[in-house]
Design a protein. Structure first.
Length: 258
C-alpha cells in the first residue's frame, strides 16, 4: 500500500526551524523539472543564449501538489507533496532566515560561490516564468534564480552532470502533527483513505499486472532491477494521481463512506 503524505511547516514553537535551509544542485531533480540552462526540451540551446556571462540558473524549487517519490530506510516507498500555502511559507522563511548562499551538491557537500539572487512564487498563469519555458508549472510554484560563481560547479552545469534544484529542509508530517484528539475524531476518514489506496492499487494491478510491466520494462532496459524500480514508480505515480483528489474530498467531508 502506497502512503501519500502532505508535508507542512509546523506552527509549534519547538518546530520553529521547519522550512527550507538549503538548495541542492542535482542530476535528478525530485520534482522532474530542469533549469533553463539544460531544459529537457531545449538541450540544443547554447549557453551563450542563456547569458553564460551572468551564470544564472532559473528553475522551480517546489511545485504545489507535486507528488515526490521517497524511500524509507526499510525500503518501503511513499510520496510526499506540498500545498500552495506551505510553499509560500517556505519561500518567505527561506528569505527571512537568510539562506540565500546555503547550497549543496547532490545533497552532500556544501559548496561556495552560489547565491540565490531572485525568488518568486507564481501568482498568475502568465508571469515571467513563461518566457523561460515553464508555462506548464501551476500557480503557486516557487521559482529561484541562482548565480554560480564557482567554476567547478559551472563546468558541471555545462557538462550536464547537474540539471536542476532539489530542496533541503525540515518538515512535519501532517498526519503525525495532528493531536491525538484530532486523530481520534478523524480516524474514520483516515480509514476511508487507507481503504481507497488499497482499492486503487488493486484496480491498477488488475489493469496492468506487475509481471506484464516487468516484461515491458525489461525490453526497454534489459535489467530486472531497473525494470522493478521503473514499474514501482509508474504504479505509485498512477495510484497517487487517482487517490489524492479523492482523499482530499474525504478529509474535507465532501465524500461519505458507503
Amino acid at each position: 500500500m502506497t502512503k501519500i503524505v502532505e508535508l507542512i511547516i509546523s506552527e509549534e514553537e519547538k518546530e520553529e526551524q521547519d522550512g527550507v535551509f538549503a538548495i541542492s544542485l542535482v542530476e535528478d531533480p525530485a520534482i522532474d523539472e530542469y533549469w533553463i540552462a539544460l531544459n529537457k526540451q531545449q538541450r540544443e540551446l547554447e549557453f551563450a543564449k542563456v547569458d553564460e556571462d551572468k551564470r544564472l540558473l532559473i528553475a522551480p524549487a517546489l511545485i504545489p501538489n507535486k507528488q515526490i517519490f521517497r524511500l524509507d530506510d526499510d525500503g518501503s516507498d511513499y510520496y510526499v507533496y506540498f500545498s500552495k500555502d506551505t510553499i509560500k511559507k517556505c519561500s518567505e522563511l527561506y528569505m527571512k532566515r537568510n539562506h540565500l548562499q546555503s547550497a549543496t551538491l547532490e545533497h552532500d557537500a556544501s559548496v561556495d560561490g552560489l547565491c540565490v539572487v531572485e525568488s518568486w512564487v507564481k501568482e498568475f498563469p502568465i508571469d515571467k516564468s513563461v518566457k523561460y519555458g515553464f508555462e506548464h508549472c501551476p500557480v503557486g510554484t516557487w521559482f529561484v534564480t541562482m548565480r554560480v560563481d564557482n567554476d567547478e560547479i559551472w563546468n558541471k552545469v555545462k557538462e550536464g552532470e547537474i540539471l536542476g534544484f532539489s530542496i533541503e529542509g525540515f518538515f512535519t508530517d501532517k498526519l503525525q502533527g495532528l493531536s491525538s484528539q484530532s486523530l481520534t475524531e478523524n480516524e474514520g476518514k483516515l480509514q476511508m483513505v487507507k481503504d481507497l489506496i488499497i482499492e486503487e492499487e488493486s484496480t491498477y494491478l488488475a489493469a496492468y499486472p506487475w509481471d506484464e510491466c516487468i516484461a515491458d520494462q525489461m525490453k526497454e532496459y534489459g535489467n530486472k532491477e531497473t525494470a522493478e524500480k521503473v514499474c514501482a514508480a509508474i504504479k505509485n505515480r498512477t495510484i497517487a494521481n487517482s487517490v489524492i483528489p479523492k482523499a482530499k474530498s474525504i478529509i474535507s467531508g465532501e465524500r461519505k463512506k458507503s
